[in-house]
Design a protein. Structure first.
Length: 419
């Protein structure tokens, strides 16, 4: 079992480079199943989730080669041997369900174990299945698996999503690129990761218009070709390091970012008294007199739910009272109990957290209950008096590449221990 041991650190200073986006690379690996040939994906973040997705496509018969520097991989899906995604892999990560769309489009069927992942909410796959049915597929469920089938090629159709689900938008896009006719996805997710997937599919030869808006139109192709692609920077990792600079009163330049993707985080940090300056591909964050702000999560371009936990840590030491309202996932305040062990003054009322800023936090033994809660505890540990020990850090390793190394390079007192 690995643990992170953090002792109170001074202001973080220096430069840190953001890795490729976790939420882009996973659907892009899945999309590689659509072609017969070798695809090269650059700027990958070498994370546990990436390794799980690679193992999953290998279990389907693909070959995967990860380059020595661990930032590039090649996938060859010329000879798939099965369209059944096994429980032992899908159970580890909810994004595993993203192979359903490509398998359905390419092989005519997909049999997927019901997915696992962080326990932050129900996140059902109903919208994914609704899209597949609109394209002519039939759904059978039993014994812990969902089986999706079609007779002949999928048929283009109109899909209205009840909620702009990122995963459902991606899965339906990947199924529709090989369907006969035109597919329209309405109330589609507009996240940057959707645009990145569309760019990859277009490079393969897909005809996609409207990615990044709430209406996406896809004209199905007879076949796609292998392609190369570089993953966009991870906006959540970038936002986390921005908060790390703010919470420690530091001066950090975050490199390899798309500043437009970070507007909600940048706006809230400035509102909280933090100095943020933007360049073409970097952002500099300098600490200031931290004051309380209110936050409400929304789908992109609103404030991201994946940054809510980190901002809760920041507001725990801000001057004044903050309110954080979570509108996306119903169980996304699990980090609050751990922060309260460190002295944070937080009260939960339904989907709202009321935070009274305190003068200091104190180190404690805490547990990462999910990916972003783990990041929040790291941030709190950087400013907590004494030593903070974080367990269950496999959650953190799902979304942050070499987080301890990167923070140490900025002057953080953080080490990883193995038992």
């Amino acid at each position: 079992m690995s643990r992170l041991i953090i002792t109170e650190s001074g202001p973080l200073k220096g430069k840190v480079r953001v890795s490729g986006a976790k939420n882009s690379v996973l659907p892009i690996i899945a999309a590689s199943l659509l072609v017969d040939g070798r695809c090269t994906i650059d700027e990958i973040p070498y994370l546990n989730d990436v390794r799980i997705m690679c193992d999953l496509v290998k279990s389907l018969g693909a070959s995967v080669e990860i380059f020595e520097d661990q930032t590039k991989l090649q996938i060859n899906c010329r000879s798939l041997s099965t369209n059944t995604a096994p429980y032992e892999l899908v159970n580890k990560m909810r994004a595993s369900f993203l192979v359903a769309g490509p398998l359905l489009a390419k092989t005519g069927a997909a049999c997927i174990s019901l997915p696992g992942g962080c326990a932050i909410g129900t996140r059902p796959v109903d919208l994914h299945l609704k899209g597949f049915v609109a394209l002519g597929a039939t759904i059978t469920q039993g014994h812990g698996y969902i089986e999706v089938k079609k007779n002949g090629r999928l048929k283009g159709g109109k899909v209205y999503l009840d909620f702009p689900s990122v995963g459902a938008t991606e899965n339906i896009m990947m199924a529709a690129v090989l369907a006969d006719g035109t597919t329209t996805i309405e109330n589609a997710a507009i996240e940057p990761e959707i645009v990145d997937l569309a760019t990859y599919l277009t490079t393969m030869g897909a005809d996609i218009k409207g990615a990044g808006t709430d209406t996406i139109k896809i004209s199905g192709a007879r076949e796609l070709k292998a392609a190369d692609h570089a993953i966009i920077p991870d906006r959540i990792e970038a936002g986390t390091y921005m908060v790390a600079a703010a919470i420690t009163g530091g001066d950090v330049t975050i490199e390899n970012v798309v500043t437009d993707h970070l507007k909600p985080v940048t706006a809230k940090l400035r509102e909280a008294g933090i100095e943020v300056s933007e360049e073409l591909t970097s952002i500099r964050v300098r600490g200031g007199n931290l004051k309380a702000v209110d936050i409400k999560t929304h789908p992109y371009p609103g404030f991201p739910t994946d940054m809510q936990s980190q901002m809760t840590s920041l507001m725990s030491i801000a001057c004044g009272t903050s309110m954080v309202i979570e509108t996306i996932f119903e169980n996304r305040f699990m980090h609050v109990c751990e922060l309260k062990r460190m002295g944070a003054n937080i009260k939960i009322e339904g989907r709202s957290a009321i935070i009274e800023g305190c003068s200091k936090l104190t180190g404690a033994q805490v547990k990462a209950t999910d990916l972003r809660s783990g990041a929040a505890l790291i941030l709190a540990g950087l400013v907590a008096e004494g030593t903070t020990e974080i367990t269950d850090i496999d959650h953190i390793d799902r979304g942050y590449s070499r987080v301890d190394d990167k923070l140490r390079s900025l002057g953080a007192n953080i080490i990883r221990t193995e038992e």
